[in-house]
Structure formats: C-alpha cells, structure tokens
Write a protein that binds this ligand. Structure first.
Ligand SMILES: CC(C)(COP(=O)(O)OP(=O)(O)OC[C@H]1O[C@@H](n2cnc3c(N)ncnc32)[C@H](O)[C@@H]1OP(=O)(O)O)[C@@H](O)C(=O)NCCC(=O)NCCS
Length: 338
C-alpha cells in the first residue's frame, strides 16, 4: 500500500522501520558506508529551508494477523525548490524488481506535475541498481562527480600539522564550530558567491546571500547536522580569502561530509586550500572523537582540488551523478506503461 506520509507526525515505529530499510539498502548497495542511526532522523526527513517543501510517500507491508503494523518497505520524497523537484526513492532489497520503485516515482511525479514544476532531478550513485532504474525511466545524466573518502585512522597527523601552517604571510586561519560568526557572514557569503559558476548543476544547496546563508545554517542545525567551518582571513582587507565546510550528521557521526571548499580568485597560489583542509581535520580530531572518515564530492575536471585531496589521503570511491527528466514526459511514459 502506497500512501502519503508525514515524517513530522509518523509513529516512532514507522521511523524505525524506515531506518531498517535504509540500512538494508546501504548494506546491499554501499556496504562500505556506515549504517545510519535514528538520532534526529525525523528532523532530517522533516526540516527544509524557507520556501522549500518536501512531500513524502511510503509503501507499507500488510499488517500481521495480530495487528502489528507492516514494515515500511519503500519510500519516496520530493523536495520542491526553485523550479525543480528533487526526487529520492528507496526500495528494500527484498522487494526489488517488483515495480515498486516505478510506482513510487509515478506517485511523486504526478504531484510534481500538478504543482506546476517542469523538471525532476535525482542523485544517482554509480555502480548501483539506481543507474539502470532511472535510465529505464528516461532520466538522462546531466553531471558526474567523484566521491572520495578519507580514512582518518591512516592520516599522518604530523604531516597534516605542517600542511596547516604552510600558508602565505598576511593570512590567518580561524576555526568556527557551528558556523561562521554573524560579523563574518557577509564576507563569507561574498566568497561563496564568487565561485557560483563552479557549482552550477549541483543539487546540494549552496548559499550566496547572507540571509540565505543564515537560513541554511539554521536548517542544518535543525536537521541534526553540525557544521564546522575553517576560514582563511586576508588580514589587510578583512576579506574571507578561503573557506572550507564540513558537516557531521547525527545520523552517521562516524563519517562526516565535506561541503564547499573555496579559495577566492585573488588569493589563489598561497597554499590556502591545503592549509584550511588540514586545519579542519586537526580540529575535527578533537571536536568529534567518534569520527573516522570524511567524504567529499568533486567535479572530475577540478584537478587542483583533486590533487590536494589526494595529498591529504582521500581515495576515489564512486561516481555520483545527477540525472534529470522532463516531468510531463515521465508521467506520460509511466502512465502508458501501466
Ligand atoms: C533503484 C530502486 C529504487 C529500484 O527499485 P525497484 O522497485 O527494484 O524498481 P522497479 O522494480 O520498479 O524497476 C523498474 C525498472 O527499472 C530497471 N531496473 C531496476 N533495477 C535494475 C537493475 N538492478 N539493473 C538494471 N535495471 C534495473 C528495470 O528496467 C526495471 O524494470 P523490469 O524489472 O521490468 O526489468 C532500488 O533499487 C533502490 O531503492 N535503490 C537504492 C536507491 C538509493 O537512492 N539509494 C541511496 C543509498 S545507496
């Protein structure tokens, strides 16, 4: 049975059942990834940025004879933002290839169409069943990144300490757990805006104006995802010359997510990229003792950043792709196939 589902009011048993399904999927498709925990999972599924909406549906097994509720075997949600709906579909490995995935996509796509959106995007992990699934539904690949993972147990901390201090004169680094202080928000947003073009095509949120940046940080906190920031400040101008952001999610606190790393155009060539990332790892080592890995996503063309990541010990792991489809075409195709 597929029904619309609101994680805000869902029972704890449903949240726990969805978590079981998610972890069965990870074990099948991405066995090296840490299993998720229930910590802040409800908030993770509920909280969105101002102006965005997330609509969810679940597929639930029949109740048992004794009345025990059936397991949540599938879930779809769509995040409506700007002019695009971003889709995520999960089907338990035990019930795959029974058309459940296709049914869930159709339910969500119909709503996206009714809401007047024209396009649906989805993140697809390379070398998993999702690739064949979305291609069979007519989605096309827009953009490919490489996910890399750093094993913190293999890091040479002495070398990292040297890297963190190898920065040109006239700059200093600052560490801000929880996000940049309000006095630096405008300079921070300016640094992010400068490389906006580089991020084109990204589904992950990036914030360029100060208010949106504040909203984005608030949203992360509400979702149980703790941001850490290292900034390189240009002493003469007070400008943010470089920044790097890592988020430690309550749902998988042993593996952190590297978000943006940016070095402003005028400040390239002074070792800032290497130094801010090294400083971040040193700080995380004491701030987050449970942490054992950091994952990052990079465009394959971004050779400079890939080189620094390799020096730090990141190893390429998977392709991470963005696919998209025209909503009207998708709904017609799925309706015709029924
Ligand atoms: C992708 C996924 C949703 C597919 O669900 P599903 O219920 O098995 O899909 P369906 O049965 O509706 O399949 C529809 C069509 O997609 C294609 N397809 C599905 N799985 C496929 C696979 N493993 N290889 C090739 N094609 C595939 C087929 O054409 C299939 O039609 P067919 O079974 O008649 O041949 C499911 O595998 C899943 O949940 N994967 C994890 C997704 C994810 O986001 N994970 C994130 C963490 S890894």
């Amino acid at each position: 049975m597929v029904r619309e589902w609101d994680p805000r009011t869902a029972s704890s048993a449903e949240i726990a059942s969805l978590l079981d399904t998610l972890n069965a999927i990870l074990a099948a498709d991405l066995p090296q990834d840490p299993p998720w925990r229930e910590n802040s999972l409800r908030e993770y599924l509920t909280e969105v940025m101002p102006g965005e909406r997330r609509i969810s549906w679940v597929a639930q097994a029949e109740a048992a004879a004794d009345g025990t509720a059936g397991a949540i075997l599938g879930q779809v949600h769509v995040l409506l933002l700007g002019d695009i709906g971003v889709l995520e579909v999960l089907v338990h490995p035990d019930v795959r290839r029974t058309s459940l995935g296709r049914t869930l996509v159709l339910v969500a796509a119909r709503r996206v169409y009714q809401e007047g959106f024209r396009s649906i995007g989805v993140e697809v992990v390379g070398d998993t069943p999702a690739v064949g699934f979305y291609e069979s539904l007519g989605f096309t690949r827009e953009y490919v990144e490489t996910r890399s993972v750093l094993d913190l147990t293999a890091v040479d901390w002495t070398e990292l300490t040297e890297m963190s201090s190898g920065i040109g004169a006239g700059y200093h680094l600052e560490f801000w757990p929880g996000g940049p202080p309000d006095v630096l928000i405008e300079a921070y947003a300016r640094a992010k805006a400068e490389v906006r073009d580089v991020d084109d095509g990204e589904l992950r949120p990036s914030s360029y104006d100060p208010q949106r940046l504040r909203d984005s940080l608030d949203c992360l906190h509400r979702r149980g995802m703790k941001p850490y920031i290292v900034l390189a400040l240009h002493e003469q101008s007070g400008e943010v010359a470089g920044l790097t952001e890592v988020v430690v999610p309550a749902q998988h606190p042993t593996r952190a997510d590297q978000y943006d790393t940016i070095v402003a155009q005028d400040h390239r060539g002074y070792g800032i990229d290497r130094a801010i990332k090294a400083r971040m790892l040193l700080e995380l080592r004491s701030a987050e003792p449970e942490l054992t890995e950091v994952q990052t996503w990079n465009a394959q063309a971004n050779e400079a950043m890939l080189k620094v990541n390799a020096e730090l010990g990141y190893r390429p792991d998977r392709e991470w792709c963005e696919y998209s489809v025209d909503v009207a075409e998708l709904v017609h195709r799925l309706d015709a196939g029924r």
